[in-house]
Design a protein around this ligand. Sequence first.
Ligand SMILES: [Zn+2]
Length: 279
Amino acid sequence: MKVYMSVDMEGATGVTSSKMCSPKEKEYRRGRKLLTGDVNAAVRGALDAGAGEVLINDSHGPMTNILVEELEKGARLISGSNKPLLQMAGIDDSFSAAFFVAYHAREGTEGGVLNHTLMGSVVTEIRCNGEPVGETGINARMAGAFGVPLVLVTGDDRLADEASRLVPEIETAVVKTGMDRHTADCLPPSATEDMIREAAERALGRCGEISPCVPETPVTFDVTFKTTPSASMACLFPSVQRRGSKEIRIEDDDYAAAYRKMWGALILGWNAMGGVLER
Ligand SMILES: [Zn+2]
């Protein structure tokens, strides 16, 4: 039995400030340590439930956050950020279940700690087939396209609510309660370690009962950018349609292809914000 684990950072135990998630900041050292603790707890739970292999995909910022030197034996780590499938790199139909660890609520969620969608400075909203989605919704459908169910999320209470609306049977480990985008009521790692390990073990034990989040096809992603140049430069891709001053649409019959195009459009949109050649 193989487990796929996509690991963000804002939803880690004790993390409430973006300074804990940014390599340029002193507080990042604490964030990495706390994050690796949550990841190891989820790995131990998966191994206790009978997983033979756990593939972890580091999925925040530069995607080199997890301390491999402290990682549990039994896990493998995809580290680095040049990945066409981004937060879902390495997913395929050989996995029995997916875990999303240290995830956060989508942009605009009241009280969701560090809430945003993929690129906080670039994206206002993403809709998939008309439904507003966060990273959980976007990535759960990617796993679902390969028949892999999302069985566990860890993060704050708002993330747990978002995931439970998507997958009602999902296991959640709530490591903090959001009070504001920058404030939470946090449990210490001594409490969340057992909580995450036990939730991971339960989730994998129930993975046969939890349905994959199979995407509707054809797939449409509507992206609303924060600025107009992002939308205009994203349309350099011939398949990207302009829908408004800050809005684009991507369509494809295949979810993975749509996901890759959407990520490509965001990279262009991000680069365009300050002028693509102004570096
Ligand atoms: Zn992140």
